[in-house]
Design a protein around this ligand. Structure first.
Ligand code: CDP
Length: 217
């Protein structure tokens, strides 16, 4: 079984997907983390963001793996190295959407995402899961929330990670990524026609999880 969860940044996708997967005993696949890992490699290799051919090349020659730890945290490895923390850094967030908009980069990630998802019952979260990665997913959800709520949620999350960010930084980042992610030509952020739309603005995490669980079951 495949559960697809799409939506913009800060709508609660990763929090909800992780809990949902845990409750169902499914694998949780954070597809955004894969684009983030690739972005980290591009930065480390000092590849210019405009150098599309080099970015495509590294996407094709990078081993990204994803494991669910028993404590429900996620381990992301990049060429065998654990990068779970590093990929949340603001310098990755700033560039990731520009790398994720490249068609061939997406093709490389798509292969990996499908391979992982076919191994086990899975919950995948991202931007194009219900539309492109698994258009025949058993259940599709599109999680959304008001812009200011998304900003607040992301602010709290990053503060808890110990990052020194301002609300202004977050507003700027979300606006920038929402625009790039939804305007790009390939696999833009969009609700699949058959996805269930859930506005999580006034919902607690547990309420959203319960709602999804009741629909899935
Ligand atoms: O957690 P957050 O919402 O900040 O973003 P993420 O899920 O970690 O994804 C980071 C970025 O990767 C997004 O802004 C997209 O540019 C890209 N992405 C994508 O293009 N397609 C996906 N399926 C997942 C992420």
């Amino acid at each position: 079984m495949i559960i697809a969860i799409d939506g913009p940044a800060g709508a609660g996708k990763s929090t909800i997907s992780k809990i949902l997967a845990q409750k169902l005993g499914f694998l949780y696949i954070d597809t955004g983390a894969m684009y983030r890992a690739l972005t980290l490699k591009a930065i480390e290799e000092k590849i210019d963001i405009q150098n599309t051919s080099r970015l495509i090349e590294i996407a094709q020659n990078t081993v990204i793996d994803l494991k669910n730890n028993p404590d429900s945290s996620l381990k992301i490895s990049l060429d065998g190295r654990d990068v779970s923390r590093e990929i949340r850094h603001p310098c990755i967030t700033r560039l990731v959407s520009d790398i994720a908009k490249i068609k061939e980069v997406r093709q490389s990630m798509l292969g990996l995402q499908r391979k992982l998802g076919r191994q086990r019952d899975s919950v995948l979260d991202g931007r194009d899961i219900g539309t492109v990665v698994f258009p025949d997913a058993d259940k599709k959800f599109y999680l959304d929330a008001d812009f200011s709520t998304r900003v607040q949620r992301r602010y709290k999350e990053l503060k808890e990670l110990g990052q020194s960010v301002t609300l202004n930084d977050i507003e700027h980042d979300l606006r920038n990524r929402d625009t790039i992610d939804s305007m790009r030509e390939v696999a833009p952020l969009k609700k699949a026609e058959d996805a269930i739309y859930i506005d999580t603005t006034n919902m607690a995490v547990e309420q959203v999880v319960e709602k999804l669980l009741s629909i899935v079951r």
